[in-house]
Structure formats: C-alpha cells, structure tokens
Ligand binder design. Structure first.
Ligand code: SAH
Length: 239
C-alpha cells in the first residue's frame, strides 16, 4: 500500500478520515507509523496528497488530509479479457489497476470453464477491493470500471464494433503473422484469450469486429504475464 485510498465513508469531516481494518493494520504494522507522521493518501476518483496521523489506537487511525495532486495519467486502453481462472483473475485485476487500465471487459470464450463465472471474486465488493489494492500499489485514485459479458457472440457482434470505434484494436494471438506494435499513443483496445487460447472461430469474429491479430513471439505466456508484457510493449507509459 503505497497510498491509502480513501472512500466517502472514511470521511468524518471535509479534511479528516478515520481508517480501520486492513488500512489501519498496514499503517501500524508495515509502515510502523506514529502520531505526527505524514502518509500518502488519495480520494477515490479524486486528488492525492498527504494525511497526517493525529490519532492512532488499536482500533482506528485518524488523519488530517490535504489533497492537492492529480493522480498519474491513465493508460488509454480498453482491456477485453477472456474470463481467467479465479486465482489468476484476482492477480490480473490488481495488476491491471496498477498498470493504469481503466476499462476492463470480462468476456466468455469457448475455453473459459463455466465454473469460472461462479467465483466470488466477481462480486462488486471483491472487484472494488482488488482494484483498490492495485490502485494503492500504483499510487493512483481513479477506479477502473469492470463489465461482465457472459455470452461471446452477442458481445462481439452487437457491442464490440461500437466499443472499438476510434480505437486501434488488437487481439493477442500466438502464431499469427504480425508482431505486436509498439509506441501506441492513441486510444486502443486489446483482447487477450483464455489459458487455452481463443478458437479460430473466435479470432475470426474478433477480426470481423475490427481487431488485428498480433503475436508476442514464439513463447506462450500465461495470461497474468501476457497482460503486463503486452502493456509495456504497446505503451511508453513506463518511460
Ligand atoms: N494455448 C494457447 C495459448 C494461450 S495463452 C495457444 O497455444 O495458442 C493465453 C493468452 O495469452 C492467449 O490467448 C493470448 O491472448 C496471450 N498470449 C500468450 N502468449 C502469447 C504470444 N506469444 N503471442 C500472442 N499472445 C499471447
């Protein structure tokens, strides 16, 4: 937690917050903070700044906050991801938030196991919690949005063309002819397949909707590795 993300319910006055639970635990045990210390904080979907600890007990931390800095630039990327295996999903969600992705679409695909859609990690509360962890890691405040589409064909035929409008759209697919581009600086969309990959039919449908198939070389990466590798290859955001 490189920044404590503050939610409306944390504010007890316009410049004062009370933190409990995970964030309190982190402030006490990991940061070893004491009264008078200043910690990085940020208001969800708002400004970042510093919070001065004015009270610290076993049950709560009270901070006076000054919020005067913009969060870092976002990544102009719409990520369209075949629903990953639950354990991986949680990490991918956190990583995506850390990398600055603000628009995430979880879609079905032939090789997505039906049971993956039952995971509790898809509940609103768990999505928010994991995206929060990713934002706190990066020192960002802008909460990504997550859209769930459990039917591939209606999504690709009815929604995807409009979603891709004005964007450079790619589908990462091993063994395809074109290498993944670099130095993108315009709004983009990227589709990433499931562990077993998209089927040829699915790649065809994604191409029909406007996606260009690209590859990352002969090594097959796990989805959780493919996400950061693709993002750092496509964008210069890390420079
Ligand atoms: N078993 C599949 C690979 C799936 S890897 C196959 O052999 O085709 C899971 C997803 O990560 C892929 O659908 C793709 O979107 C992405 N990916 C992993 N390695 C890749 C590579 N070398 N090139 C392009 N995409 C890759």
């Amino acid at each position: 937690m490189n920044l404590a993300l503050l939610f409306n319910e944390d504010f007890v006055a316009p410049d004062r917050v009370v933190l409990r639970g995970r964030r309190l635990e982190h402030i006490r045990s990991v940061l070893g903070a004491s009264t008078g210390d200043q910690l990085p904080v940020g208001r969800v979907n708002g400004l970042m700044g510093l919070g001065e600890v004015i009270k610290l007990t076993d049950s709560e931390a009270e901070l006076v906050v000054v919020l005067d800095q913009q969060p870092p630039p976002l990544l102009p990327l719409t990520l369209i991801l075949a629903m990953p295996r639950p354990k991986m999903f949680r990490r991918i969600l956190q990583t995506s938030a850390t990398l600055g992705i603000k628009d995430i679409w979880l879609i079905n695909s032939y090789k997505v196991e039906k049971s993956f859609w039952q995971t509790p990690w898809l509940s609103d509360q768990n999505l928010r919690e994991n995206l929060t962890l990713g934002l706190e890691q990066a020192k960002d405040t802008i909460m990504p949005s997550v859209h769930i589409r459990k039917l591939f064909k209606p999504f690709v035929e009815d929604e995807l063309p409009a979603l891709l409008n004005g964007k450079q759209a790619l589908v990462a697919h091993p063994g395809t002819a074109m290498p993944c581009p670099t130095h993108l600086n315009t709004p983009s969309a990227l589709c990433i397949g499931p562990e077993g990959g998209f089927t040829p039919y699915e790649v065809g449908k994604l191409e029909e909707a406007g996606c260009q198939s690209v590859h990352l070389g002969p090594r097959i990466l796990r989805v959780e590795t493919a996400v950061p590798v693709l993002v750092s290859r496509l964008f210069d955001a890390c420079l």
